[in-house]
Design a protein around this ligand. Structure first.
Ligand SMILES: Nc1ncnc2c1ncn2[C@@H]1O[C@H](COP(=O)(O)OP(=O)(O)OP(=O)(O)O)[C@@H](O)[C@H]1O
Ligand SMILES: Nc1nc2c(c(=O)[nH]1)N[C@H]1C(S)=C(S)[C@@H](COP(=O)(O)O)O[C@H]1N2
Length: 179
């Protein structure tokens, strides 16, 4: 699927950003990061929603099943507060979990903040889409994506999704088997 435009879902789960109390800087940071990383064509499918489990589940299902996003990156709602339910919504819609993503992001994030372990961020597969949770803080976006993104293009190759070509001066994808 070399020439397919990759659709990438960007989901901000934040009560305040979704009500306009503050600007959604974290969702924008995901878009900026993808623009930095990717030299192949891609298209963002953006949603900014409240921290409500059913709303998050419905949004993730829509982005996978109807929009056909190969990758969905969420931000927010991964902590211990009562309304932090993004990991639960992610698990509920995924067929299989990819625990290594959360493990690596927490380990790398600990180099920046001791509160990294408060994030329950995870990742999983629904159909042939990869869903990755990031914390809500704007600066956590790049800290986490720089750690895990090298494995993302090959993950999408294995699910027969679009070929993600990266700017290797910024991020080096690792593909054990070249196409
Ligand atoms: N999407 C975002 N855009 C800009 N800043 C954000 C965003 N999400 C979080 N922040 C910042 O990080 C701080 C801590 O995030 P927190 O985890 O409380 O947010 P959240 O749970 O995503 O949002 P909310 O509590 O409104 O649902 C916030 O006070 C805010 O300053
Ligand atoms: N890389 C990184 N990870 C981070 C942080 C951060 O600033 N950078 N903040 C932590 C904090 S303070 C919290 S409470 C949790 C959960 O954040 P969330 O509820 O906004 O998703 O993510 C943690 N992980």
């Amino acid at each position: 699927m070399a020439d397919t435009i990759a659709k990438i879902g960007i989901v901000t789960a934040s009560d305040r950003a979704s009500k306009g109390v503050y600007e959604d800087i974290s969702g924008k940071a995901i878009v900026d990061t993808m623009n930095d990383y990717l030299i192949s064509q891609w298209e963002p499918v953006y949603r900014c929603i409240e921290d409500d489990q059913k709303t998050i589940e419905d949004t993730l299902k829509q982005l996978v099943d109807e929009e056909k996003c190969c990758l969905i990156v969420t931000t927010g709602g991964t902590g211990p507060a009562a309304r932090d339910v993004t990991p639960e919504a992610t698990e509920a819609v995924c067929d299989r979990m990819m625990p290594g993503f959360g493990e690596l992001m927490r380990a790398e994030s600990l180099k920046f903040v001791p509160t990294a372990i408060l994030s329950r961020q995870t990742a999983g597969l629904r159909g042939s889409s990869l869903i990755i949770n990031l914390p809500g803080k704007p600066k956590s976006i790049r800290e986490c994506l720089d750690a895990v993104f090298p494995a993302v293009p090959y993950c999408i190759d294995l699910m027969e999704g679009p070929y993600l070509d990266c700017n290797e001066a910024i991020i080096k994808p690792f593909r054990p088997k070249q196409k």
